[in-house]
Design a protein around this ligand. Structure first.
Ligand SMILES: CC(C)(COP(=O)(O)OP(=O)(O)OC[C@H]1O[C@@H](n2cnc3c(N)ncnc32)[C@H](O)[C@@H]1OP(=O)(O)O)[C@@H](O)C(=O)NCCC(=O)NCCS
Length: 190
């Protein structure tokens, strides 16, 4: 299927698209929610940070070694921003990439993260032809762990005191999936 330049993937309920200026307020609103920030690096997220972040992402494109790209997750019917998912393409080995994801609290519990990240993995493995995807989850972040395990990602490690969050070292699980595993799981279809 041919998608417009700013749309990376479509699912029955969602689109993964480039960020746009209208995203600043909803992005700020969910990033500043304490439940969303609980297991993240940021605290007291400000509107200025949101503006700067969205402006940088508008000028950015995915799959640039050494950078993070944030895909907007929007409702297919209204184009409303309900969250984002991230692609980190590291400099030394850009064939192994890292992902992350966030949903606004009022859009959680509906399977949207599973739907969006499934589409993201499809894009990463089929379009970008990456070798392996990894993700890190704070060991206390049960919702994130459930998302990763539902996707079929494997827990590869328990990394002790691997991340500084709210002034404390916290343990993380590392999850991963290989391109070959993804293709086998999805039956090799496009
Ligand atoms: C991590 C996060 C995205 C998970 O969100 P989520 O809404 O729990 O995940 P999903 O959208 O996949 O929804 C799954 C839930 O919806 C339920 N659900 C309801 N309707 C559904 C449907 N039509 N299809 C699938 N699942 C559905 C599932 O049963 C599941 O509930 P459960 O986990 O209690 O069993 C969210 O908690 C978040 O944004 N957290 C803050 C940011 C963060 O910590 N990110 C992780 C960093 S890696």
């Amino acid at each position: 299927m041919e998608l417009s330049k700013s749309i990376y993937a479509k699912t029955p309920r969602l689109i993964l698209r480039h960020m746009c200026l209208q995203d600043v307020v909803p992005f700020y609103t969910y990033r500043s929610a304490p439940s969303v920030a609980a297991f993240q690096s940021w605290e007291n997220y400000t509107m200025e940070e949101a503006e700067s972040f969205v402006h940088k992402q508008i000028a950015h494109s995915p799959n640039q070694p050494g950078t993070w790209f944030q895909f907007a997750i929007a409702l297919a019917g209204t184009n409303e921003l309900i969250g984002d998912c991230a692609l980190h393409t590291p400099m030394p080995e850009p064939r192994i990439v890292e992902i992350g994801f966030t949903l606004a609290p009022e859009h959680q519990g509906k399977g949207y993260a599973n739907e969006a990240v499934t589409a993201l993995l499809h894009y990463i493995f089929q379009t970008l032809q990456k070798h392996k995807v990894i993700a890190f989850a704070d060991v206390r972040n049960e919702k994130s762990i459930r998302v990763l395990e539902r996707l079929g990602m494997r827990r590869e490690g328990h990394l002790l005191q691997n991340y500084m969050s709210k002034g404390k070292w916290v343990d993380e699980y590392q999850y991963s999936i290989l391109q070959s595993e993804w293709i086998e799981m999805k039956g090799g279809g496009d």
